[in-house]
Design a protein around this ligand. Structure first.
Ligand code: FAD
Length: 138
């Protein structure tokens, strides 16, 4: 079965607390390890941006579960790509948010705030890859 990389963004259903984010990450890290899925999640300015990498059927099934989660809404897939090599092999789910690194990367993209709605697939995947090197501890 093919390995794919899926990137989506969404809007929170209410400002997330650190402990709510921690709950999501704990669920994600436990489940993703079982299904050999890896990736990165970014949360800031009410937006989530996430990349999921793994077996095509596993990533699709997980994405459908995530998209139905009431903790966020307006879920939009930015892109899906078949790949031979994972770019997040070490992270069952890495996390970044509210960091100086994120703000300076957004400035490079010409934005004052984190806003993934206008990002291309390449911009989003590159941003998440850069953020994986300076993650927020949660
Ligand atoms: P159950 O635990 O049976 O929950 C069913 C539903 O209840 C969930 O879909 C959700 O709507 C709600 N729910 C569950 N826990 C809580 C809670 N603590 N507070 C409020 N509502 C809750 N899961 C992964 O496995 N991998 C990921 O990478 C991943 N990324 C996520 C990214 C985002 C932005 C969000 C919002 C969620 C993410 N999740 C992820 C969580 C995922 O949506 C499911 O909640 C999780 O996979 C458990 O699924 P389940 O069907 O076993 O749910």
């Amino acid at each position: 079965m093919a390995t794919i990389r899926l990137v989506y963004y969404s809007h929170d259903s209410g400002e997330m607390t650190q402990s709510e984010l921690k709950n999501i990450l704990e669920q994600a890290r436990t489940n993703n390890q079982k299904h050999d899925i890896c990736g990165m999640l970014c949360y800031d300015n009410h937006y989530f941006l996430q990349i999921l990498e793994g077996d095509a059927a596993e990533v699709t099934a997980l994405f459908l579960t995530i998209a139905a989660d009431k903790r966020h809404h307006s879920v939009v897939i930015i892109g899906v790509q078949e790949t031979e090599k994972r770019i997040f092999p070490h992270w069952t789910m890495g996390y970044a948010g509210g960091s100086d690194a994120l703000l300076s990367m957004m400035k490079e993209l010409g934005c004052d705030k984190f806003d993934p709605t206008e990002m291309s697939f390449i911009e989003a995947a590159t941003l998440l890859h850069q953020l994986s090197k300076s993650q927020t501890r949660l």
